[in-house]
Design a protein around this ligand. Sequence first.
Ligand SMILES: *[C@@H]1O[C@H](CO)[C@@H](O)[C@H](O)[C@H]1NC(C)=O
Ligand SMILES: *[C@@H]1O[C@H](CO)[C@@H](O)[C@H](O)[C@H]1NC(C)=O
Length: 431
Amino acid sequence: MKSAVLLTTSALAVLAAAQQTAYGQCGGQGWTGATSCVSGYTCTYSNDFYSQCVPGTAATTASTKTTTTKSTTTSKTTTTKTSTTKTSTTKTSTTKSTTTPIQTTLSTTTTAGPTTQVPSGSFTVEGFARNNPTGTISGGAGGSTTTVSAYAAFTSAVKSNTAKVVYVSGIITLTAKVKVGSNTSILGLGSNSGVTGKTLSLSSVDNIIIRNMKISEVKGDDLITISSSTRVWIDHNELFNGGLGNGPDYYDGQIDIIHASDYITVSWNYFHDHWKCSLVGNSDSNRAEDFGHLHVTYHHNYWKNMGTRGPAGRFGHQHIYNNLYEDYHYQAIHSRSDNQVLVEGNVFRGDTPEALSTYGLVIPMDSPNTCTCGDQELDGYANLGAANDWGSSTYNITRTGTFTSAGYSYNLTPLSSVESIVKAGVGVGKI
Ligand SMILES: *[C@@H]1O[C@H](CO)[C@@H](O)[C@H](O)[C@H]1NC(C)=O
Ligand SMILES: *[C@@H]1O[C@H](CO)[C@@H](O)[C@H](O)[C@H]1NC(C)=O
């Protein structure tokens, strides 16, 4: 009789010692795969659910957990956490900051952490616009409904604070900045509706949803500015300008989130052909106002042919998951001035040299204010959750922070599906 599958002790040892490839998962609760990495990579603890093979060599061993099996009649298994096995690379910190970052505790109605793997992703609101101390965002639900197709009708339809749903039909050219009131949903109809020419301004307002809109071509200002505002959901829009040919300041941001704004979700948007995408916190001298605010969730967005700020955060917390970055030419995610980011399940492609940096230098390509060599701010913090696919991009994490869990539940798309799911699901005409 031919021996079927008979694993000898040494064969088992070989299997157990199989090495994970670059950026693959190598540990975490429930993980049964390889716990060591190929040459040049080190298994690095991200959180209790994920360790990942990142470039570098370890000062200590790779595994984050040791398992001992007691041979009693029922064969109990105990898992022991060995904190000493966290590698030194995740612990490196420069002590430039005099302020201790605060992890804001959120009241949540759901179990924290990614619970479901939804291959197609979810189009329901997730993240800080859903889980926040005020309550889930509702926009204009339950209020009046109007359909508008011209500038004057649009501005008057969106300005009050009473609940209202404003449907936009066709592309409306704005001749001045439009102020949007609280308790508003702005919903584009079909696959070619939206606004162009001037900024949508959300200033000192609460509870606003903007979906299925094409938003474009604002010279010298933002497409959307969110200032001193709470609970905003920017979902399934297409935001674009005329490319990078005129430098970083010809246009301004696509979605800038400033002045202690809070509890915002930016999901399923198609951002393209623009330099500075999304600034969170507009000055390193605004610590007193901004610190402890600026909680923003970015998920399932597609960024294509962009320059910087995908996003760039100061003083806040941004949870960035399942986004696709393609040709993000200078720097994608930047966490500076004691900002914290939790970065997981993202995919980086094309000409995207730097996926993530917490180094405080505001690079010259991001329009620094004082020196052509760049402005120096305090470093930020970054934590890596579920594995990212960095492609050929590098990242520079100078300080790991305390933002190891978003504090809410959310649907995490499996990494191998992110590119196709995001391309298929973003932008207008999908909801
Ligand atoms: C938004 O609507 C809620 C519920 O009707 C109301 O309590 C709140 O005052 C409104 N917001 C503003 C800024 O008027
Ligand atoms: C990474 O950060 C360090 C500071 O910790 C800095 O010296 C280095 O220049 C950074 N690398 C890049 C590519 O920005």
